[in-house]
Design a protein around this ligand. Sequence first.
Ligand code: KMH
Ligand code: ZN
Length: 309
Amino acid sequence: MKRKIIITCAVTGSIYTPTMSPHLPVTGPEIATASIDAAEAGAAIIHLHARDPENGKPSADVNHFHGFIPQIHQASDAVINISTGGSSLMTLDQRLAPARHIKPEMCSLNMGSMNFGIFTLKNRFKEWQHDWEPALLDATRDTVFKNTYDDIETILSDLGDKDGARFEFECYDLGHIETLAFYLRQGLVKAPLYVQFVLGVMGGAGASPENLMTMKAAADRLLGDTYQFSVVAAGSKQIPLATLGVILGGNVRVGLEDSLINTEGVLAKSSAEQVTKIRTIIEALGYEVASPTEVRELLELKGRDNIRT
Ligand code: KMH
Ligand code: ZN
């Protein structure tokens, strides 16, 4: 039987800003369409953030999530995965409000505090559509993306134990894998773990094949057969490192949250375009993409009817 590869698509996020690409979805209908199109192209999991529809600023307002969650849930079978990372400028309570309300099948869980530098993106543009864009980028010079042990345990207990979500464990460096292994030993997390190796964020491991292989080796040693992994690389290495992830036995994440391009110097017109590209590679390598139903089985999710839309 052919191995099934899980494609996650993250359609908007909080790294890039509207000036950087006219294709970045901002309003509820735009985020809904981007998600539904990505699911139709082969993404089984949609990783979601919201933005203020007036100006595109990253938002954790539950009302902004209501602008696209019901539409996605109605039009698609894809697994809805709500970010608990939000943006590094939000408080933990702000970040958790959407997932606490929607009680999704999956949510992200960032496995350690870190610098999350996006200020270098500022040099690429001279004029901005909104004042908040350069201000937000600059603010990451002196902000910590806070994910303390207390924060992690709050998310595990409130969204996991209480609401039945399973997690996309976002690991940006070796220490984050060690932290996940600590919680595995403590019995606070259980198999099957879904580990996202996140490469290319300034402050975490860079987007290189060597770093990916080092992280996989560490996870094999520390997590054994309790885990499956996926690869997301922020920036221009998104597709190359996702491809390496597939070759190494893993799954992939693409989408405009983490990379605005299709190929070097060419903006992607949609997240679905990136899904189609990685799907073509997956199938050319002799694998198949996993359906949402298969993902629910593989990751032991609670089911699409058990979320609040
Ligand atoms: N865009 C990723 C590098 C989250 O949503 O929890 C970070 C992320 C965090 O996906
Ligand atoms: Zn995210």
